[in-house]
Design a protein around this ligand. Structure first.
Ligand SMILES: C[S@@+](CC[C@H](N)C(=O)[O-])C[C@H]1O[C@@H](n2cnc3c(N)ncnc32)[C@H](O)[C@@H]1O
Length: 286
């Protein structure tokens, strides 16, 4: 079963990504695909078991939707795909035979929650940036410039030039990106175990699409891609399997305020607990 919701240039499909890609999306119609599938690491996506019987079975599943995504892309199209560090080699080998991999990006973040004691804990997620045609693709470098510390902060002069010149104050980001993960206290927070930050999506969408372009996210979760794409005046198509997350998307994208009789509300957040001075002294005496 597939259900479709639409408002203006924003579309949501409620259904299996393989089904939707096979039957609902026109071939060669998409400018940018951002795919952030389940990682096969046992997260709980509202009851969806994020576990396949083997790494190979997971890889085979990924190959089937990746093939479809490639088919949906225009000849000038771009695909970004994320997955776990341990699965990325499977996807990398598969994609390098079908597309041009331009960058192997690391999204790094800090976390006081990841505290492996017997090895180096994982504090990054890999992202592949691939294009169909390396001579013709969108890359809006001017729209994603970041501060170049040598020029902007340290204000150094490059004396190697014939006429010494200050270093540039801005640059195109390299392939290690630091963005904080979405925290409970952040206004963009939704109740989902692997929501991606809007800042991450903004860089990808600005760099690899233009206003009016079509952006497709086959595993939308909280619909971050569509929310950012909508704000940046892209046409967006989001696909998601779970009702709870469809409800988030319908609200976040301004399409509906309820689904199947249940209101689509922002999660109610518990505010900081105030501790009285007598309670504090209990900790101090500990
Ligand atoms: C890693 S999360 C995506 C998070 C998203 N990028 C965000 O910012 O919220 C993967 C999502 O894929 C959904 N999913 C799992 N299997 C699916 C399928 N076959 N078709 C569509 N969505 C699926 C899960 O419910 C989950 O919400």
């Amino acid at each position: 079963m597939i259900r479709k919701y639409q408002r203006g240039n924003t579309q949501i499909y409620w259904g299996d990504a393989l089904e939707v890609l096979s039957h609902e999306i026109t071939d060669h119609s998409v400018d940018l695909v951002f795919a952030d599938p389940p990682y096969n690491i046992g997260k709980d996506f509202s009851g969806f078991p994020d576990r396949w019987e083997s790494e190979e079975a997971y890889a085979e599943w990924c190959y089937s939707w990746l093939d479809l995504c490639i088919r949906k892309l225009k000849s000038s199209g771009t695909l970004y795909v994320m997955c776990s560090t341990q699965s990325m080699p499977y996807l990398d080998f598969f994609l390098r035979k079908r597309l041009h991999i331009l960058s192997r990006i690391i999204w790094s973040y800090d976390s006081s929650g990841v505290q492996a004691k017997n090895y180096f804990g994982s504090l990054y997620e890999p992202v592949l940036h691939c294009v169909k045609d390396r001579r013709s693709y969108t890359f809006n470098s001017e729209d994603i410039l970041v501060e170049a510390k040598t020029g902007a902060t340290r204000k150094l002069i490059d004396y190697r030039k014939r006429t010494p010149q200050p270093y540039n104050t801005q640059k195109v980001p390299g392939n290690v990106w630091y963005f904080p993960r979405v925290r409970y206290r952040m206004s963009e927070y939704e109740n989902h175990p692997s929501q991606k930050p809007e800042k991450l999506m903004e860089r990808i969408i600005r760099a690899s699409s233009n206003p009016g372009d079509t952006v497709l996210d086959p595993f939308s979760g909280t619909f971050t891609t569509c929310a950012v794409g909508q704000r940046l005046e892209r046409r967006t198509i989001g696909v998601e399997l779970q009702e709870e997350y469809i409800r988030i998307g319908l609200r976040r994208l301004g399409i509906l305020t309820e689904l199947n009789g249940e209101p689509a509300r922002k999660p109610h957040k518990v505010s900081a607990i105030k501790i009285s001075s007598s309670q504090m002294s209990l900790f101090e005496n500990d």
